[in-house]
Design a protein around this ligand. Structure first.
Ligand SMILES: [Zn+2]
Length: 151
């Protein structure tokens, strides 16, 4: 996929992040899963319940056996979590690995606001997932998180 495509789909994810119900103490994140040049699922933080993450919301809309997943790219405005406060749910990093998605594109890495040190990117790379960062879109991806103290 070209850089232009990456920007197109990340901008779509950023638009989705703007749909998140805003709450104190949680990020607003958008995610898009793309395969064969088409959007196959989308999600955003708190879309279907107060604890759901964007990547999780998108993955929940697909059959885990969907063959397109093994050639898909997931765009997330934020680095997928490697630990979560809701212990009963898998971190998004684990969900992405379980779905066998080979490529993850993110706009910004998780600041240590809620989790001491997010290792989502490292964990994905260790498992052979290609991770692309688009720092030039980080500011746009953070725009809907101004309510959080990210310092
Ligand atoms: Zn997550």
């Amino acid at each position: 996929m070209t850089e232009l495509d990456h920007h197109h789909w990340m901008n779509r994810a950023i638009t989705l992040a703007g749909l998140c119900p805003v709450v104190e103490g949680a990020f607003s994140v958008g995610a898009v899963i793309v395969a064969d040049g088409e959007e196959i699922a989308t999600g955003y933080s708190r879309e279907t319940d107060p604890k759901i993450h964007a990547e999780e919301a998108a993955l929940d809309k697909l059959d885990p056996a969907d063959p397109r997943l093994s050639r898909a790219t997931i765009y997330s405005t934020l680095e997928p979590c490697s630990e979560r406060a809701t212990k009963s749910r898998l971190p998004c990093t684990d969900r992405i690995l379980a779905a066998r998605i080979p490529e993850v594109v993110i706009a910004w890495r998780e600041p240590s606001t809620f989790v001491e040190d997010c290792v989502g990117v490292e964990k994905l790379q260790q498992q052979g997932v290609k991770v692309v960062e688009l720092p030039e879109l980080a500011e746009a991806a953070m725009a809907m998180n101004q309510h959080l103290d990210l310092s």
